[in-house]
Design a protein around this ligand. Structure first.
Ligand code: BGP
Length: 479
């Protein structure tokens, strides 16, 4: 039996806006996510006009990595992480997005962070845009509705590639570029693309229009990056929630296949360099006007990604004979024909727990694209309890991660999938993206901070900390 390769990138994943804090420090401008209210479990986050303080904790301060990065990176090193996936806050570098010159203080912050990581032998894996578009680009130009934003993103990418070319090798252009396919949830189109749908507009058409510009921006950034450093590995990053047929009824099977196009559309273009035929047919059928211009095809062809990064948390199931409800309930994965899967249990937040779905995903992606894959998010969001002695026994998190690592190891050693690494989500407790709260924790390091902003910010090791350290030490042989 083959083993996990020696250079496998075991790591952890984070995003600037969910853990840095310092949302208006160091010259940083507001980003689209900075005007989203805190929210809670069952209370949707809202997009507001201004950033009135009280509504926004915990996102604005988060866990204050901005001031504590040395302490946190030392803990990551103690855990033995080989890499850390995080993002560069776009509005730290270009506070409004359309300035002629970048903000030196922002650039310097990431120099310091990357130097600190490298000092500890931790490879930075960088997402250029993880829901952090400068707010001004969204308000002034409608975000990726406009080609102006494409130019601004490519300039931002170029500045980062150039500045960090000797420190960073692994890049991703947009985080979960495809999650906005779920058009009934305005949160995704706003955070992904800086777009709000206006009354009377077809949200799906607007999504494809902005999406076309993002695909161009991603491809142009890939080409630019390769010019700056041919050794760069630049990937796409998609959210992947596989969709199973509810039964062997061929109608269920075909419905699942068709619905999966929502997941595949963006990576199909980013990996292959052209639009898939099913999408062109949809544009024709629905009369969608996609802002194609001369030269776009060539841009897409020349900007194919080197690898595919993806997040995997859960699976969903569809049934052909249920009434379409469009409620977007998490149990049905936001799918009109989604139903609960009787074979799968869920977390407290209703996210299904399905390790086999990860092996299934790795196989389907690898068959489809034949390029290296990278699991850049996976994890278990839960409420943790701190015992009197400061210990945190997170057995269910360990169980979740263990079963998913078993699944990925089978995909590599048995199925032959080319997998670059594994970076579990929220390696240290951070603010939840969908709910905007602190309470939903993924970390192996606990942070003493609650939804109301109380707490010392002290860091504690959970049981999963030492467990994962051992997994890395044994290169995944002892789980
Ligand atoms: C992904 C995002 C992350 C993240 C994660 C977990 O969609 O890329 O930013 O937060 O989901 O989601 P949540 O924090 O809502 O539990």
């Amino acid at each position: 039996m083959t083993k996990i390769p020696k250079d496998f990138l075991w790591g952890g994943a984070l995003a600037a806006h969910q853990f840095e804090g310092g949302w208006n420090q160091g010259g940083k401008g507001p980003s689209v996510v900075d005007v989203m209210t805190a929210g809670a479990h069952g209370v949707a986050r809202q997009i507001t006009e201004t950033a009135e303080e009280d509504k926004f904790y915990p996102n604005h301060e988060a866990i204050d990595f901005y001031h504590r990065y040395k302490e946190d990176i030392a803990l990551f090193a103690e855990m033995g992480l080989k890499c850390l996936r995080t993002s560069i806050g776009w509005s730290r570098i270009f506070p409004k997005g359309d300035e002629a010159e970048p903000n030196e203080e922002g650039l310097k912050f990431y120099d310091d962070v990357f130097d600190e990581l490298l000092k500890h032998g931790i490879e930075p894996v960088i997402t250029l845009s993880h829901f952090e578009m400068p707010l001004h680009l969204a308000r002034e130009y409608g975000g990726f509705r406009s080609r102006k934003t494409v130019d601004c993103f490519v300039k931002f990418a170029e500045v980062c590639f150039d500045r960090y070319k000797d420190k960073v090798t692994y890049w991703m252009t947009f985080n979960e570029i495809n999650n906005k396919m779920d058009v009934h949830n305005p949160l995704f189109l706003w955070t992904n693309s800086g777009v709000s749908v206006k009354p009377g507009e077809d949200a799906k058409e607007v999504m494809y229009q902005a999406g076309h510009h993002e695909l161009l921006a991603s491809a142009l950034a890939v080409s630019k990056g390769k010019e700056i450093n041919p050794n760069f590995q630049i990937g796409a990053m998609v959210s992947h929630v596989p969709i199973y047929p509810y039964s062997s009824n061929p109608e269920d099977v075909m419905l699942a296949e068709e619905t999966m196009r929502q997941r595949y559309f963006f990576p199909d273009v980013q990996v292959r360099g052209y639009y898939p035929s099913y999408a062109l047919k949809e544009f024709e059928r629905e009369g969608y006007r996609i802002p194609f211009e001369e030269g776009d095809e060539e841009i897409l062809r020349n900007g194919k990604v080197d690898y595919l990064g993806f997040s995997y948390y859960m699976s969903t199931t569809v049934k052909s004979d249920v009434e379409a409800d469009n409620t977007g309930d998490i149990v049905n994965g936001g799918l009109p024909n989604g139903v609960a899967n009787p074979y799968i249990k869920s977390s407290d937040w209703g996210w299904s727990i399905d390790p086999t779905g990860l092996r299934y995903t790795l196989n389907r992606f690898y068959d489809r694209y034949q390029i290296p894959l990278f699991i850049v998010e996976n994890g278990f969001g839960a409420i943790d309890t701190v015992e009197e002695d400061g210990s945190i026994h997170d057995a269910s998190r360990i169980e979740y991660l263990k079963s998913h690592i078993e699944a990925l190891e089978k995909a590599v050693t048995y199925d032959g999938v080319d997998l670059m690494g594994y970076t579990p989500w929220g390696i240290i407790d951070i603010v939840s993206f969908t709910t905007g709260e602190m309470k939903k924790r993924y970390g192996m390091i606990y942070v003493d901070r609650d939804n109301e902003g109380n707490g010392s910010m002290k860091r504690y090791k959970k049981d999963s900390f030492n467990w994962y350290k051992h997994v890395i030490e044994t290169n995944g042989e002892e789980l």
